[in-house]
Design a protein around this ligand. Structure first.
Ligand code: SF4
Length: 420
């Protein structure tokens, strides 16, 4: 593997490159019939993008697979994630694995798209010249052209699913207009663009025809829906239209944002039986000073008031949130405030991330002053606290009868998602 000249700005990327050289043992060589293998990294929004690409390529009569383990594709498209360090590492590992496969003659072309490519394309081109072409997050037409395909408008609303068809992600918008200090997503996904209600209803109808029962609504910020297109927050209206789609039993709302939360959504949630009494709403911290430093546009008091309103308006609702530990400036006292916030808010589900110092974000201009081991210790403390809370909440469900959606059978047991 070629060792690239030192590049201070790309130290982290160069380090990832060096680590992985020559790691893949391979079997066969020689040219093949055109077949594209799409590899997806990162979040559910990336997965939807890969499914749209898959649908368009098959619509052009091009044989296409998703995450094929067989060595029968001569072209690989890697849809990368560039969110935080671990995700970047995984994306670079995957790119290098396929660059090695190309060197070994297993694949002929390696194309890279998605967030990491959008964010670091210029540098990556220099660092990994063996990749045939790089594409951004809004480059579908150009990527299709590169694959000798044309964008087919008649396929809008159609999507081939890569997961079991009883559930599907429905991406209601792209990009984000929020200024959160720690977040690089707007750098990779651009400004917020809502998808028209008609297009989303068509997509939901087509999915229902294929047996989809559960729709998981996703976006960078789902509660911002409509502000660009309809000049008002229009998530409630969208939910009502989707709830009218025959065959869709469950609609689950993810990635809500607390500031400016459209309360009419709660009325729709409470009144429509096929909208899950479930809300995923990342809150990020429990201290007012930290929320302001993170540019979340809210306070602890306003957050707690919102949580109370949500629970009052939608009886029995399950709330999931995510928090960040170790953001620049976070003191021990503010961490204790967050512990107290988790203790008193009693979330049904909680995810906690250690702060990641991301270049070109607002926080990058601050000193990353919380040591990594302290960040991780704070994450662990919060998750330990949550484990006790989740256990108590789950124990309260013992003896209750619930409607569940079976995800899969493993040995003698069924794995399911239950509806609340
Ligand atoms: S709302 Fe989410 S995606 Fe948008 S900037 Fe904030 S954290 Fe990032």
């Amino acid at each position: 593997m070629q060792i690239y000249p030192a590049c201070p700005k790309l130290n982290c990327l160069r380090y990832f490159v060096f680590l992985q050289a020559n790691s893949l043992a391979v079997k066969t060589k020689g040219s093949k019939k055109t077949k594209v293998n799409i590899v997806t990294l990162g979040c559910s929004k990336n997965l939807v993008d890969s499914e749209v690409l898959l649908t368009q390529l098959r619509g052009n009569g091009i044989e296409t697979a998703h995450e094929s383990k067989k060595d029968d594709a001569n072209i690989v498209v890697i849809n990368t994630c560039g969110f935080i360090d671990n995700a970047k590492q995984e994306s670079i590992d995957t790119i290098l694995r396929y660059v090695d496969a190309k060197e070994e003659g297993i694949v002929e072309k390696v194309y890279v798209t998605g967030c990491l490519s959008e964010r670091y394309k210029d540098d990556l081109q220099k660092e990994i010249p063996d990749v045939d072409a790089w594409f951004g997050t809004r480059d579908l037409s150009r990527l299709l052209k590169q694959l000798n395909a044309n964008y087919k408008h008649e396929l809008v609303g159609e999507r081939i699913l890569t997961n079991p068809s009883h559930f599907a992600y429905l991406k209601i918008s792209e990009g984000c207009d929020r200024p959160c200090s720690f977040c690089a997503i707007p750098l990779m996904r651009g400004k917020h663009i809502s998808k028209p209600i008609e297009e989303l209803v068509l997509e939901a109808k087509n999915l229902a025809k294929k047996g989809t029962k559960e729709l998981l609504l996703i976006a960078q910020d789902s509660t911002y829906y409509g502000l660009d297109l309809y000049k008002k927050r229009n998530l409630a209206e969208l939910l009502n239209h989707l709830a009218d789609v025959e065959g869709i039993d469950w609609i689950r709302l993810h990635y809500a944002f607390p500031t400016g939360f459209p309360l009419d959504v709660l009325d729709v949630m409470a009144s429509r039986p096929n909208i899950c009494k479930y809300l995923d709403i990342p809150l990020q911290h429990g201290s007012t000073r930290m929320l302001q430093l993170m540019r979340r546009g809210t306070t602890r008091e306003k957050t707690e008031a919102l949580l109370n309103t949500i629970r009052e308006k939608v009886s029995g609702i399950a709330i999931r949130t995510t928090l960040i530990a170790g953001h620049p400036g976070e003191t021990e006292a503010e961490f204790e405030e967050m512990m107290n916030f988790v203790e008193t808010s009693r979330f049904d589900r909680l995810g906690v991330f250690p702060y990641s110092h991301e270049d070109n974000t607002h926080s990058y201009s601050m000193a990353d002053d919380v040591p990594d081991d302290v960040k991780q210790a704070r994450v662990d403390q919060l998750m330990d606290l949550q484990q006790g809370i989740s256990l108590e909440l789950n124990q309260q469900k013992i003896g209750k009868t619930m409607r569940v959606l079976i995800d899969r059978k493993e040995g003698g047991s069924f794995l399911w998602a239950h509806r609340v």
